[in-house]
Design a protein around this ligand. Structure first.
Ligand code: MV4
Length: 479
């Protein structure tokens, strides 16, 4: 590949271009009118404005982006995450136009995009799944019967779902129908598909996912796990690799299961298989994400691999240059997502002018960033501005480096989730590794951060007072 178009913006567009440049590949950026001065536009060899600020008029316009790609003689399109990355039709159109879609084939995207189709596809393999009814509910009485067999609480999920939309917990048989109707209407609104199914509800799970890589020649490996349990309303905030709780045996079993999930849909490229892990460390297949994920850097750091480079090489038809037994985990990596949200005010979006923006630097620190000082943060897109990633020989070291890096990350003009990250890093449950997906709900209140600020302000006041007193003494000395 000599030239690729990056059909994305922000930190991930910058991230992809870094690897392209390293590989000697020319880059084409596309941008909306709101992003004219954005870093991803400045960094590209060529850049084309594709429309107005709303993503429906720019970054989601597959046909327009394909037109640009053809005009500029592009060999491949990297979709990043979000936008067109899991659009099977777009992947197909790329191939029809002789442009390589840097990602899986449209069949894998389609199958894994529907939770029921995914379950059906992996059924033939030995992959643990949450007990449930693996078909859309059409007969309410039958569904109620199955629910009674599984035992309440149960969870109603949307087949087309993801990100928690269309999910409803049912505590007992009495509320079954009302909760089901809610799930159906939510799913219909969000996805235009009201099919729902039921599963046993796992109340305090950990969310652990396995990174896989598959080439076009049938070779598949896994790159171990990422722990993603620290999330707020289905929005991940902190991720790490490896998980603090997986034993080598469970890791091996989950890895093997993830490889089978990839095999079941003829997967090609980089993908992620999501699992729930219950209190007894039983794991269950949840879904597969058919794209490069936001949190891929923690896997890169513990394996020494460049996942974007692997994606490009695989798309180019290269054979995976290693076998499973060549791969091992080295050290520990931690990632904090920096969102333009105010943790003191219910995480409300915070947009505006970036008066100060200075990144932390140093050993064990990586920042994947898409903005710069002096910019206005646009309101049209995802509020994630950057990712702060740290590394240490041990988990404790990675946390320590993270705490220091947060201190040295200077942002003025907008609120960010950096102080919230500090709260997580200092929390005993997080430090001990004993937490689940309920961590934020269970432990976080804005008041705790406010107290922390007040304490800091008080210390600052004492220091200032001491300085003042010292100065007074000096001033009284005769010349
Ligand atoms: C579950 C579950 C408990 N039991 N399924 C949330 C989004 C979607 N990817 C699946 N999700 C869950 N499915 C059963 N049978 C709990 C969640 C869940 C969750 C999963 C991963 C990360 C964070 C979560 C937060 C709340 C609920």
């Amino acid at each position: 590949m000599k030239k690729i178009l990056i059909a994305n913006r922000g930190e991930i567009a910058v991230r992809i271009m870094k690897t392209a440049k390293k590989m000697g590949i020319q880059t084409v950026a596309v941008f909306s009118t709101a992003d004219r001065n954005a870093p991803h536009v400045k960094m590209a060899d060529e850049a084309v404005c594709i429309g107005e600020a709303p993503s429906s008029q720019s970054y989601l316009l597959g046909d327009k982006i394909l037109e640009v790609a053809k005009q500029l003689g592009v060999d491949g399109i990297h979709p990043g995450y979000g936008f067109l990355s899991e659009n099977a039709q777009f992947a197909n159109k790329c191939e029809q136009n002789n442009i390589t879609f840097i990602g899986p084939n449209s069949h894998a995207i389609e199958v894994m995009g529907n939770k029921l189709a995914a379950k059906e596809t992996v059924k033939a393999y030995d992959i643990p799944m949450v007990p449930g009814l693996d078909e859309a509910i059409t007969d309410i009485d039958k569904a109620k019967q199955v629910a009674a067999q599984i035992g309440f609480p149960i969870l109603i999920k949307a087949a087309a779902g993801g990100g928690g939309k269309g999910m409803r917990i049912v505590e007992n048989e009495k509320e079954f129908e009302s909760q089901m109707q809610r799930a159906i209407s939510e799913a219909t609104n969000a996805f235009g598909d009201g099919s729902v199914f039921i599963e046993k509800y796992i109340g305090a799970p950990r969310h652990i996912e396995i990174q896989v890589l598959a080439d076009k020649h049938g070779n598949i490996v896994h790159l171990f796990e990422r722990e993603c349990s620290i999330q707020r309303r289905h929005q991940k905030v902190v991720e790490e690799a490896p998980s603090a709780v997986l034993t080598p045996e469970i890791r091996q079993k989950m890895g093997a299961a993830a490889v089978q999930v990839a095999a079941s849909c003829d997967y090609v490229g980089a993908g992620t298989v999501e699992f729930l892990l219950d209190e007894n460390k039983n794991f269950y297949f949840l879904e597969m994400n058919t794209r490069l994920q936001v949190e891929h850097p923690v896997t890169e750091w513990i394996t020494g691999l460049d996942l974007v480079e692997m994606q490009i090489r695989i798309a180019d038809g290269e054979v995976l240059p290693f076998k499973q037994e060549d791969l091992k985990i080295q050290g520990h990596a931690m990632e904090l997502r920096v969102y333009a949200e105010d943790p003191l005010n219910d995480f409300l979006p915070s947009v505006g002018h970036l008066d100060t923006y200075i990144l932390p630097v140093g050993e064990g620190i990586r920042v994947d960033n898409g903005i710069e000082q002096g910019m206005d943060v646009p309101i049209y897109y995802d509020p994630m501005l950057a990712k702060l990633i740290t590394y240490g020989k041990t988990r404790e070291e990675a946390i320590q480096v993270m705490r220091q890096a947060i201190q040295n990350y200077q942002v003025e003009g907008i609120s960010t989730t950096l102080p919230f990250g500090q709260f997580v890093m200092e929390h005993p449950a997080f430090k001990s590794g004993d937490f689940d997906t309920n961590f934020v709900k269970k432990y976080y209140h804005a008041e705790l951060l406010k107290e922390q600020y007040q304490e800091e302000a008080q210390i600052a006041a004492y220091v200032a007072l001491q300085q003042y007193l010292d100065d007074q003494k000096q001033l009284r000395l005769p010349n």
